[in-house]
Ligand binder design. Sequence first.
Ligand SMILES: [Zn+2]
Ligand SMILES: [Zn+2]
Length: 274
Amino acid sequence: MWSVIDQAAQLARTAGDDRPIGVLRAEAHAALVLRTGADGPAVTGHLTLTAPLSALRPPGTAASAERTDLGGPVPQLGSTPITTAHLRELLAQLGALGVQAPPGGSLALALTDDDGALLATTTPAELARLAARGCPAHGKNADCGCPALGPPPAVPGYTHTAAQERFLRLRDRTCRHPGCGQPAGRTDADHVLPYDCGGRTTCHNLCCLCRTHHRLKTFARGWRYRLHPDGTLTVTTPSGVTRTTRPPGLRHPQTQRALPPPRPSPVDEDTPPF
Ligand SMILES: [Zn+2]
Ligand SMILES: [Zn+2]
């Protein structure tokens, strides 16, 4: 591979391209991988940009973050709502960075809490629309702190929505069965608590399972699955062994929201020497 890439770079140099050889090699490599100018389908990138909400705290909005009493949508997961201010800040940061979808590809945006739990997904177009619209209840420029974006809502029927699928694939990225790495693009959205048993069609009850593990879960007896609100899945085998899988990027519970160390007691009760 190196020799092919280097040959292409040397050829470009001979043809008069006087940029550094490393740049020419990188360009040749990209052209081979992306099949630029070749027959067959072009290869492109699907880019997901993950932004923790705490990185999108514009000055002066922290105080309004807890206000949910103004009649807007109810925030999910008990977390800080994603407000219009957050969305405008994200839009500004994207603009400043010049982040765009690769040609022929896509750009998805994922917003997480500080523990890495996925709160919402969106696209640049939807982000721009929501940021321009402002709060639907209190007006375009209200600093009300109402949620402006959240996880896709539950739907009454069995079939999940495209928005739910986008959320699940970004959250799970692979089949969630312990030890399985099938990419989420080739998985089914499974009702963890089956629809027939009262399970709802909501991202809190859906997870990505490949066809094999979807069948196993549906037809094999004695397996138990439980999906937690942060996306953690516990699977218990018929013999009683429990395994846990977490969505990629979600912190381990032991490192989540580490509380500040307890304040030293004002009275030092230890005996000297200290
Ligand atoms: Zn509002
Ligand atoms: Zn699987």
